[in-house]
Design a protein around this ligand. Structure first.
Ligand code: AHR
Length: 670
């Protein structure tokens, strides 16, 4: 071949290789094995402590996370308020049993509850005898809950409702399965219902169906008013109203904090619909509920401010309350008019922290929590920094809160990673939603952030877009790379949480999410499982490490102690965001082989055959961490890192010389 042609061929081939390398789509796995090395010092001084609250949860009332999710109430629109305060109103999802010849159903404003006046009126036209005989089973209404109620054999459910009638009432209250089978039932007869009366009963199910409904029926000609109909399983977490399986999946992450109640939900599309803590406390029957106009659904506010604080306490996580500072997505209160909002927030803090004799603390005590909640963080607004009134209103909130509660840490919406803030703050909120490549490369985002200003609270991060599917391995790996970067920068990053946390599969308002559920089942996406490998980091010691590798690899190392077992470990986490297998040479200084307990050392791998793989109700753990014994664990060893994988190498130390200080209560196993 002539040299000029040979040169062309070489050039073309090189271009092909370069193009292949750079344009290689995610998921292409090659046979080539590359090498990389990671060296670290296990006895570095001074120790670099990672925040006790580094990794936690961002809970938002989105995707029916609370109403129809973590909050175990089975009845949707229990007070008939979802159709608005004016009547006649839409009572959906309530449905009429019977036809117009047998029953007329409407709403009026005759409720005994001042804050939610709408009640249901049933005019029963049929009877047990006479000309117009009621159909078998009677007439009335039923509520399907949130895409079906999960009724389980042997379980007990507290049903409460308010009733009034011009005649004595005779009613049946039943759970009915999807094949119209009765799962539990109770009858009431009452002559004394001329005034509103509370009826309470416990139904024990003798059958199971995840797609059940609650029905209230009668076969007696009468006019009956109903209001505030509730059905709650008795086995909620600690009796606090949290659906146990959804609580458990959160608790398994050992979250350092929980941010609530949003997100954009805090802002509201319109201020009139924004979360208002005061309307969510006290007796559930008195809560007016709200239309979640950002995510377009009604919530009865069973999960209110008190319950959020209780949830944080039950999870052993610091509550981070995001407060609306007079700014919705479409409106802004003028700063000159903001003081009532400020006072409202001071009242809320007193509700959480005041002693039981204080004005607001006594309201909390009346709800059954005598001791104050441990509220230490208040975030001022959500994604509002760019808005005209933000700084002015923020300062009013900041000064007022610090004046009364100097220890409370206030979180600004303004990004201090790139520029010095023009206002005081203890932390700054940082959100990132981006594609997988950019998320992975954001591992370096905080490398050059100022070391002097407030620390970052990365309260929302997620890979979004079509490539993330409904939460696949690719998403999780890119996010794991990002979190490794946060961990390495834990001197300037205090806390981090992925978002959104939950999705009820029947009403996804934001995709993808970390945890998927329906009325009876739940599974974690790879993003959820990825976070398990970070839970040991809360309160751990960051070890400096030097990585020599292709740019598709990132790694961090910590030293941590399991508070339960007292055992100490070196944990090395590595994300391989490329299609090549790697041989990683690990060299640990300051740890001799005699002090490694090989039998207790493990290698945990999160990967799958296809980087686009997802979990599902049928295969809930298709992509989940797999733990293997690490044979021949040593301070110098080579570990094979599979393509598109996240691994955690845990070397157990023989002597527990570094306990207590970094004890974080995390088990070696998942
Ligand atoms: O996490 C979903 C939404 O994304 C949040 O409500 C908002 O803060 C962000 O834009």
């Amino acid at each position: 071949m002539e040299p000029k042609y040979a040169a062309c061929v070489v050039l073309a081939f090189s271009l092909m290789v370069i193009t292949t390398y750079y344009l290689q789509p995610h998921g292409v796995v090659t046979d080539a094995t590359q090498t990389a090395s990671l060296s670290l010092n296990a006895s570095q001084s001074p120790a670099k402590k990672i925040s006790q609250r580094m990794f936690g949860l961002a809970f938002e009332e989105i995707n029916h996370s609370g109403a129809g999710g973590l909050w175990a109430e089975l009845v949707s629109n229990r007070g008939f308020e979802a159709g608005g305060p004016n009547t006649p109103s839409n009572i959906s999802p309530w449905t009429i049993i019977g036809n117009e010849a047998s029953i007329l159903v409407s709403t009026d404003r005759s409720s005994c509850f001042d804050k939610n006046k709408v009640a249901l009126q049933m005019e029963v036209l049929c009877d047990v005898d006479g000309e117009n005989i009621c159909p078998a089973g009677g007439v009335g209404v039923y509520n399907p809950g949130y895409w079906g109620m999960n009724i389980e054999k042997g379980k007990r459910y507290r049903v409460v409702f308010y009733v009034r009638s011009l005649q004595p009432v005779e009613m049946s209250i039943s759970f009915i399965g999807s094949k119209d089978q009765k799962l539990a039932t109770s009858d009431i007869k009452d002559d004394n219902v001329a005034e509103w009366k509370k009826v309470e009963m416990v139904l024990e199910a003798y059958g199971s169906d995840a797609n059940s409904r609650l029905q209230l029926t009668t076969s007696k000609r009468s006019t009956i008013w109903l209001d505030q109909v509730s059905a709650l399983p008795l086995d909620t977490h600690n009796g606090h109203g949290f659906r146990q399986d959804l609580f458990d999946i959160l608790a398994a992450l050992k979250p350092g904090f929980i941010r609530f109640p949003g997100g954009s939900y805090v802002e509201g599309d319109r201020l009139m619909n924004a979360f208002r803590w005061r309307e969510t406390i006290g007796a559930w029957e008195e809560r007016p509920g709200r239309f979640n106009d950002v995510w377009q659904y009604w919530t009865d506010d069973g999960l209110g401010y008190f319950e959020y604080l209780q949830l944080a306490e039950d999870l052993g996580a610091s509550p981070i309350w995001v407060v609306n500072i007079g700014i919705s997505i479409n409106e802004q209160v003028d700063t000159s008019l903001i003081m009532p909002f400020v006072q409202d927030t001071l009242d809320a803090i007193e509700f959480a922290r005041g002693d039981a004799s204080s004005t607001m603390g006594s309201a909390r005590a009346a709800m059954g929590h005598l001791e104050p909640f441990d509220l230490q963080y208040v975030a001022a607004g959500n994604q509002d920094c760019w808005k005209k009134n933000y700084r002015g209103s923020y300062m009013k909130f900041y000064n007022a809160i610090k004046g009364v509660y100097p220890d409370i840490k206030i979180i600004t919406n303004c990004d201090a990673s790139a520029a010095v803030l023009d206002h005081p703050a203890d932390l700054y909120d940082y959100h990132v939603y981006t594609n997988a490549n950019s998320m992975f490369s954001m591992a370096h985002n905080f490398d050059h952030a100022s070391r002097n200003g407030p620390k970052a609270f990365v309260s929302e991060y997620a890979v979004t877009g079509g490539e993330a599917g409904r939460g696949n391995l690719l998403k999780a790996l890119a996010e794991a790379g990002f979190l490794i970067g946060l961990e390495r920068n834990s001197d300037v990053v205090e806390m981090a949480s992925s978002a959104p946390l939950f999705v009820n599969v029947n009403n996804q308002r934001f995709n993808p999410d970390a945890i998927v559920f329906d009325s009876s089942k739940v599974y974690g996406t790879p993003t959820y499982w990825m976070q398990h490998l970070f839970k040991a980091s809360n309160g751990a010691t960051l070890l400096d490490s030097t990585l020599q590798s292709p740019s598709s690899l990132t790694a961090s190392a910590i030293s941590w102690t399991d508070a339960d077992s007292g055992r100490s470990y070196i944990r090395v986490k590595v994300v391989n965001f490329g299609g090549n297998r790697l041989n990683l040479r690990l060299a640990i200084e300051g740890l001799d082989n005699k002090s490694i307990e090989s039998a207790g050392s493990t290698l945990t791998t999160l990967t799958s055959t296809n980087v686009k793989d997802e979990n599902s109700f049928n295969e809930p753990k298709k992509v989940a961490p797999v733990i293997n014994a690490l044979k021949n664990a040593s301070n110098k060893m080579t570990v094979i890192i599979p393509p598109y994988s996240f691994i955690s190498i845990d070397l157990q130390r023989k002597s527990n010389v570094i306990q207590d200080a970094e004890s974080n209560g995390v088990h070696a196993s998942l």
